[in-house]
Write a protein that binds this ligand. Sequence first.
Ligand code: ATP
Ligand code: MG
Length: 364
Amino acid sequence: MAGLELHGVRKAFKGVQVLDGVDLTVAPREFIAFLGPSGSGKSTLLRIIAGLETADDGEVILEGRRIDTLPPGDRGVAMVFQHYALYPHMSVRENMAFGLKNARVPKPEIDGLIEDAARVLEINELLDRKPGQLSGGQRQRVAIGRAIVKKPKLFLLDEPLSNLDAALRLRTRVELAQLRQRVDAGVIMVTHDQAEAMTLADRIVVFNDRRIQQVAPPMEIYSRPANTFVARFVGSPAMTIIPGKLQNGSGHAAVRLGDGALIETAISRDGLPPGERIEIGLRPESVRVTRDGDVATTTAKVVLVERLGERSLVYAQLKDGTEITAEDSGLSTARSGDEIGLKIDGAAAHLFGADGTGYHRQDA
Ligand SMILES: Nc1ncnc2c1ncn2[C@@H]1O[C@H](COP(=O)(O)OP(=O)(O)OP(=O)(O)O)[C@@H](O)[C@H]1O
Ligand SMILES: [Mg+2]
């Protein structure tokens, strides 16, 4: 049985369509990350699943039971908000007990649930403190604890780590990964942080333009983006996507760039759309600044060099003015204005048809 199923979920606010026919199936205990630009409807969909918002159309089914017709408290889901609010005058224990007391859970049972959650989250010593006496990360864990005690079938986390500083965020990310092993529930987490989505999620759902653009495991999202939107959105710095001309021939597709360079891809020519117009996608790591002995695929003029320590990013322009992002070693000697050689790894290239559909090498 599937964990969660969404069928044809639609939602408009004041006549503006935000979600337009969302279908999604999540396995039990699966960790799903929702990724997408601001305003793409991620929180709205989470709120629809939680029952804090009503869909205009569609169904939400959890473990075979339709839940979109049920009040939020009866759905078996627990949501942690981006701006979690703990009651400042209550202790951690009281904060965690609050929802359970309202649901008239007997006191001994509440105590047991809180003990269990506190153990999972390692906040036992904090139970008698007030939120004001906790660090940001500890408060975050208490907010997650409040969700855990409800023993939900599904956790809904809306950017749970976004208020934390970088170091704490990383630690809490590790904790979330460990927590995940210990709770018997699925998780859907909204995040703006690609690294978070890549490291935590079993599958990533990419939203844009009212629809789901792709649902796939992290590495597949990265290496086989469904379309130009996903290709540009995932990966930093973004994939260079530039127009080219598909050459005649059979076997692997070869593409001529605007500056005349020929890129031999590892993508089968069969199955590509007809016509010679195509776009080629190159991640920075497959465009290297040449070193001694390298044969250059083409040359470019350096616009800007970013030295990141272990590597450098080189933003450059091909002879026809096309912008391309390349990678060099951390000790790159390239400077803006320099003429450099680029070695392009055609075998790692992606192709995109006129409608944006992605084509990738078979084994990528
Ligand atoms: N209650 C509401 N009334 C009117 N418009 C709303 C309401 N809630 C959300 N919207 C609009 O719906 C769209 C989607 O909002 P939503 O909060 O789901 O986006 P999001 O993907 O979570 O964005 P972010 O990454 O910024 O949190 C936005 O354009 C937003 O302004
Ligand atoms: Mg949001």
